[in-house]
Design a binder for this molecule. Structure first.
Ligand code: SAM
Length: 232
């Protein structure tokens, strides 16, 4: 269960109404039962239910079961698409170990509004489901142009370019541990973006195979390729 509270020996964790409903109503837990907790910072802890009400409850932390483990410093930049597919991308990126998820506005981005809180909640759920101790940060929508202009030093960019489909452009470790993956929108990248990206020293154009993948498939494929080549 994800909580925001700090976790430590003897720490008391008050539950929200939704958490109490989930634990005691849905999961049928009660006083004395053990619950595994994480907050994205302090690893995983075993806690015991001390009070169980219909709309509230308290847990007490007993012992750490897994130390905190942060994923490699990988960002996923993607142009948001239809709501359900955007949710899918965030969920899969969280499962596959992205540390930061950045929706980007490109020349052909078709969805210009995102619900950051909703996407962040999906990232939390995905982390809960795959037993991770880390929750990636989902940022607000950012312009690709601005991101590239203020690009952080020493971060490499895996630029997934559909124009290279079948060109055999593979990912090569280019030194440095910090990476970002860039996935374009349904309409792909504009020629202006492609020209700019191809000239940037930190951008590495990569093909994801001979077929043009849908953006959500491309995101999962790119994360797999990156994890295979450079993940730990
Ligand atoms: N409308 C574009 C076209 O027909 O050429 C396709 C865009 S594709 C649906 C969305 C994004 O997925 C692309 O911008 C790219 O980042 C990524 N992508 C899809 N297939 C790819 C491939 N074979 N190689 C590299 N990137 C790919």
């Amino acid at each position: 269960l994800y909580v925001e509270h700090p976790l430590g020996q003897g720490q008391t964790i008050p539950l929200s109404r939704d958490q109490a409903h989930y634990l005691f109503g849905v999961m049928r837990q009660g006083v004395g039962d053990a619950v595994l907790l994480f907050n994205g910072r302090d690893g995983e802890w075993r806690a015991e239910v001390a009070e169980a009400g219909k709309r509230s409850g308290t847990l007490v932390c007993e012992a750490q079961t897994t130390p905190q483990r942060d994923p490699p410093d990988l960002w996923l930049l993607f142009a948001p698409i239809k709501k359900a597919r955007t949710d899918f991308i965030v969920e899969k990126a969280a499962e596959m170990g992205a540390a930061r998820i950045v929706p980007v506005q490109t020349d052909f981005t078709n969805s210009e509004r995102i619900r950051q809180d909703r996407l962040q909640a999906h990232a939390v759920e995905a982390a809960e489901q795959c037993g991770g101790t880390f929750v990636p940060e989902v940022t607000g929508l950012q312009k690709l142009d601005t991101l590239l202009t203020n690009w952080p030093e020493e971060r490499q960019l895996m630029f997934c370019d559909e124009a290279l489909a079948g060109a055999g452009a593979t990912l090569r470790a280019a030194g440095g541990e910090r990476w970002a993956i860039l996935i374009g929108p349904e309409g792909g990248f504009s020629e202006t973006e492609r020209t700019r990206l191809s000239a940037l020293p930190f951008a590495h154009p990569v093909s994801l195979g001979p077929r043009i993948l849908r953006a959500d498939t491309a995101a999962v494929a790119a994360l797999t390729v990156w994890q295979q080549a450079l993940g730990d």
